[in-house]
Design a protein around this ligand. Structure first.
Ligand SMILES: CC(C)(COP(=O)(O)OP(=O)(O)OC[C@H]1O[C@@H](n2cnc3c(N)ncnc32)[C@H](O)[C@@H]1OP(=O)(O)O)[C@@H](O)C(=O)NCCC(=O)NCCS
Length: 145
């Protein structure tokens, strides 16, 4: 498995995984806008030339924000999410003082993954999500620069 930055030709596959992973997925236009935004960077995990999962990191200056992570359903529970997180933590270490994220309070697979990588609960954002409406758990991992 290789993790690397995506190129523009990867966007349709990113959209496909996004659509299969979320009840309220980002549109292709939003994904393209993010791809074109210099503060955002997409990383993809690949098995051969097939993208199995991706994550999106947003640069907020002093800190980073994990905007999204998703693994294609047929590749879940095979270590792809863990590999993406390992790459991400490596990438941000020394770059930021902390990295944060939001996750649905019911999303126990993702919360377990984040805890494995040292993310801790930082608070609850009420009714942050729609389809269905749900609170977000804010999680943060601090780094010593
Ligand atoms: C969350 C997600 C990215 C995990 O990816 P994955 O490739 O299946 O995860 P991995 O196989 O690398 O598992 C790593 C760890 O994640 C946790 N995990 C993953 N799937 C889990 C599940 N179904 N139940 C409980 N824990 C789970 C475990 O801690 C696991 O470690 P373990 O194997 O030692 O138990 C994947 O389930 C997904 O794409 N979900 C839909 C999109 C989503 O909710 N993204 C998060 C948005 S905030």
């Amino acid at each position: 498995m290789i993790v690397s930055k995506i190129s523009e030709s990867d966007i349709p596959r990113i959209c496909e995984i996004e659509n299969r992973s979320f009840t309220h997925p980002w549109s292709e236009a939003s994904i393209r806008a993010s791809f074109d935004n210099p503060s955002d960077v997409f990383f993809a995990a690949r098995e051969g030339d097939k993208i199995t999962g991706y994550c999106l990191l947003s640069d907020y200056g002093e800190d980073g924000y994990l905007t999204n992570i998703a693994v294609s359903p047929e590749f879940r529970r095979m270590g792809v999410g863990r590999e993406l997180m390992r790459f991400l933590i490596d990438y941000v270490s020394g770059r930021y003082s902390f990295i944060s994220l939001e996750v649905r309070v019911s999303n126990s697979p993702a919360i377990a993954l984040y805890r494995q990588f040292g993310f801790e609960d930082a608070g609850i954002r009420k009714a942050y999500y729609s389809f269905p409406v749900e609170d977000a758990l804010i999680m943060t991992r601090f780094f010593t620069k």
